[in-house]
Design a protein around this ligand. Sequence first.
Ligand code: SF4
Length: 378
Amino acid sequence: MHGRVAAAGLQDVADRLDAGERLSFEDGCRLFACRDLLALGFLANREREKRHGGRTYYNFNIRLEATNVCVASCLFCSFARLKPGDPGSYTMSLEQAWDKLRHRAHQPLTEVHVVNGLHPDLPFDYYIELLRGFKRIRPGIHLKCFTAVEIAFFADLYGMTDEQVLRALQDAGLDSLPGGGAEVFAERVRRKICHDKCGADRYLAIHRLAHGLGMRSNITMLYGHIETLEERVDHMVRTRALQDLSGGLQAFIPLAFHPDNNQMRKLPPPTAADTLRTHAVARLMLDNIPHIKGFWIATGVEVAQVLLWFGVDDLDGTVQEEKIYHMAGARTPEAMTTTDIRRLIRAAGREPVERDTLYNVITGPEAPDQPIGTMVTM
Ligand code: SF4
């Protein structure tokens, strides 16, 4: 494989990685331009194994989208409905949202992951009570809720600063921020695909604020639509720069664009090769971010298995009730049991490790793959 790396023109990159040197923006562009996918994957896998060996993390979580009413109109979004009452729109009552957790009292869930549309009429108390109720039902559950885009929206809507919003939500039980809403940081792209939500600088500043308050967070990148490869590298470099400043990022999550039922439906989805390349480049560029996550709902289960040799060490979670990607045409299952997820990790030649949100180990690779939770469909 070393000869292959040299033949692919990446020997200097390999040498610098060996020396622990950081790759530059130009290196990132070269990595994307490299046609030898296996040489690229080999380098990304070396970095993955330096950090995690063969371990592959997942968690037992539930996703919940309490409302899909959203004043924004992102071109890639198949989930949002503009106004309450529009066909297909919904907003859960607090009891309905809490029931999603109550009905899983028998499951050893460790995380509730909440993202929502930007609803113009709900009071701030709705979100405060949502969190408080979850903590009342399961005091130990980790609440990873509200993207930085939602935090900015709350601040503007309720006349607060971003920090005041974060502090109030933290007081009510918020533990960390999910990485959604990052899309692609380049202004050119944001103007075209998501012009009416918070910009990249504010998005990054909110993550920095959250880290300052002791919370952890993730950052995503929606790839495979109108962005250039240089804009993907720029996105990674800006993510890396934030991590240098505040250190609270746990994972970087490339998200494959899905074209069904949205305003960019004429574009093809990214190919499997593009997905492998993007995750591999992320592992190589993001030297200060511990985990690269493959979101199997978006990539497909089969590609997710291959990703475990292309820099990815985390497969997100059991992800029950996912709506956002399925409304955009994802044909993956809406949930996996822990047995399913451990089996697919083992079948890829890796070691499954159940983690909590903060990457504390819950179940190591040595545990037998017994069902520890039953998948519930609701
Ligand atoms: S991606 Fe988020 S902010 Fe954009 S329209 Fe969809 S729900 Fe609204």
